[in-house]
Design a protein around this ligand. Structure first.
Ligand code: HGY
Ligand code: MN
Ligand code: MN
Length: 435
């Protein structure tokens, strides 16, 4: 008996329903937050693994908790088109960020499996365990570990409750020694493609459901510590104070001013904490984060230098100390022209206009680009294009189109054409340098 025809609308509704079901696995009963290796995170991993198994994939979990489903090709041992995204979230985030990159390809595999259809390439759907890094202030922990690039220095790091990274792993039943045991051979990867909600308003403004990403902005994140002198709020005269928070406030405004000065450059202070903050005590120590990004590495690096020079000047003038630790650095990442073309053909094949656009947000594709050629498919973001926010939303119709476009992409004869071998220099667009 022939399988019934593929119905994109039904597929879209199923993906959205699954995203809603997954969002119930949250660290907080009040909002959606899912950080690495919490009980909610482990439950979500189990649920994703179950769905992968139902779609006919063999499923494994690696050393950092990545869930990897593989759907074999027509021939055994074929290279794999790797596709995926992350299932951790920012605090009080949106339930589609990352998740669509797992559930959309999963819906594609489910459809192929339903039809008994195999392709020249194997398909691996990777649910990356930690991309946002909210718990341990990490950066692309999971995709780095997937490629065998885990930095063991992290094992010492503590979360906000004082739990070390290593303790968190052991509590979740993971063995730190197993991380290094499973580096991925890039030769076994045909390419990496990530489906993601746009997280911005461009497609929404233009009335378009899908977008093909041309490249991803580079970025750096620092944790800055300002050390002043705490004291009595009622007794220390203003000229004698070394207020760490007042200094930090000036630094925050310096970040904003520098970022505003250059189109395409963005700068954000997302966390600011007063140590032992009390209403009647002059703040003695403050920590804050700085996130600076641009599609142009030179513009970002210049801004970074100037912002830190401004911090030093502010600190000197106010008699406080300032130190910083870099937590994250990644260079701007171009998407492969070949994959962009294949994705554009697939978007056109489902009747949607082709719109190419850059990504200002960071994605696991930036790390995967160190091993293979990468591409990204964006899905229109609703609610004014807001993301990293509980109001983040998509329509089932757009998601259904994305499933249909990804199916067309996976079936494209050009996809299995040989790629440039890893380690060679396939052209300037692919050259990666350490950040
Ligand atoms: O911060 C980012 O760009 C991503 O959402 N992790
Ligand atoms: Mn995000
Ligand atoms: Mn994301």
């Amino acid at each position: 008996m022939n399988a019934p025809a593929f119905d994109a609308s039904t597929a879209g509704r199923e993906v959205v329903a699954r995203a809603e079901a997954l969002a119930r696995h949250s660290d907080s009963p009040d909002h959606y937050t899912r950080t690495w290796l919490t009980p909610a995170h482990r439950a979500a991993a189990l649920q994703i693994a179950g769905w992968m198994g139902e779609a006919g994939m063999s499923v494994r979990t690696d050393g950092v908790g990545n869930v990897i489903g593989r759907y074999e090709a027509t021939a055994a041992g074929a290279t794999a088109l790797v596709t995926g995204s992350h299932f951790d979230s920012v605090r009080n985030g949106g339930k589609y960020d990352g998740i669509l990159g797992i559930l959309v390809p999963l819906a594609c595999v489910s459809e192929l499996n339903r039809r008994g259809e195999r392709l020249p390439v194997a398909i691996e759907v990777v649910a990356f365990a930690d991309e946002e890094g909210a718990r341990f202030q990490t950066s692309f922990l999971a995709s780095r570990a997937f490629l065998g690039k885990f930095d063991t220095v992290l094992l010492e790091r503590r979360d906000a409750d004082g739990v070390t990274f290593e303790e968190a792993m052991r509590a979740a039943g993971l063995d730190p020694a197993a991380i290094a045991a499973s580096p991925r051979d890039p030769e076994t990867i045909a390419a990496y493609v990530e489906v993601h909600i746009e997280q911005g308003p461009v497609l929404l403004d233009e009335g378009l459901p899908l977008g093909v990403v041309t490249g991803i902005s580079g970025g750096t994140r620092h944790l800055v510590r300002v050390a002043g002198a705490s004291g009595h709020a009622g007794t220390v005269p203003m000229p004698m104070r070394r207020d760490a928070l007042a200094a930090a406030a000036e630094m925050v405004v310096a970040v904003e001013a520098r970022a505003k000065a250059v189109p395409g450059l963005v700068g954000t202070v997302g966390i600011l904490k007063v140590k032992d903050g009390t209403g009647n005590v002059i703040p003695g120590e403050v920590e804050f984060t700085v996130d600076i990004r641009s599609g142009e590495d030179a513009a970002r690096e210049a801004a970074e230098r100037e912002v830190f020079a401004a911090f030093e000047a502010i600190a000197a003038r106010r008699g406080v100390g300032v130190t910083a630790r870099k937590n994250h650095a990644v260079r701007a990442t171009p998407c492969s022209p070949r994959i962009q073309d294949l994705l554009a053909d697939s978007v056109a094949a489902v009747g949607a206009p082709v719109r190419k656009l850059p990504s200002g947000a960071g994605h696991d594709a930036m790390v995967m680009a160190e091993a293979t050629e990468v591409g990204m498919l964006f899905i229109r973001c609703g609610a004014g294009g807001v993301s990293h926010n509980p109001a983040e939303t998509v329509t089932a119709q757009d998601v259904g189109l994305a499933v249909a476009a990804m199916l067309a992409f996976l079936r494209a004869p050009g996809l299995s054409a040989s790629r440039a071998p890893a380690g060679s220099a396939p052209g300037p667009a692919f050259v990666r340098r350490p950040a």
